[in-house]
Design a protein around this ligand. Structure first.
Ligand code: COA
Length: 144
């Protein structure tokens, strides 16, 4: 599947400068993405606006990452993972292929996500379990 970049406001030179590897001919990347050193993004993904791909994270094939999401340093997202808008995947977490991280949820550092995480949830541990939900006012939408 070939997905062209939608808003290529990140240049190849900027990608090279941080020694990241983005399969850009096969990615759709929204505006405002912040990309840090050592990031690898495999083909077929759709990355929204204002997403942070932090140091050394890896994003495998056909991921969908919503607007304003933050993929923290050292995170590994397996193939076909979905990360909802505004979600934080904490430092060093691992998300198994095809899992869904709900919008405005927080996955704790070091977590291993075996099951889908609902929207607005805070999930920690190995395997990741929900410990609480963020307040609706803060999340800005219905819990899922
Ligand atoms: C998950 C997280 C958001 C929770 O933060 P919080 O709501 O302030 O939670 P608390 O610190 O009150 O901890 C609540 C409980 O979860 C536990 N906990 C918190 N984070 C944890 C983690 N990453 N792994 C395992 N347990 C964790 C605490 O020990 C505590 O347990 P207790 O109730 O038995 O004492 C936060 O701990 C975290 O991991 N953030 C990731 C930060 C990050 O990676 N930022 C990106 C930097 S670039």
């Amino acid at each position: 599947m070939h997905i062209p970049m939608s808003s290529p406001d990140i240049t190849q030179a900027e990608i090279d400068a941080v020694n990241a590897v983005l399969c850009t001919p096969y990615l759709s990347i929204g505006p405002g993405m912040m990309i840090c050193a050592g990031v690898v993004v495999n083909p077929g993904g759709v990355i929204g606006a204002d997403v942070i791909l932090n140091t050394g994270c890896t994003v495998d094939h056909h991921n969908r990452i919503g607007d304003h999401a933050h993929i923290a340093p050292g995170v590994h997202l397996g193939g076909e993972v979905q990360v909802g808008a505004g979600a934080l995947v904490g430092i060093g977490a691992v998300v198994l292929p095809t899992r869904c991280i709900g919008p405005w949820s927080m996955v704790g550092g070091g977590a291993v996500v075996l099951d889908d995480i609902p929207g607005g949830a805070v999930a920690v541990g190995v395997p990741a379990g929900v410990i609480k939900y963020l307040e609706r006012e803060r999340v800005g939408n219905e819990k899922q």
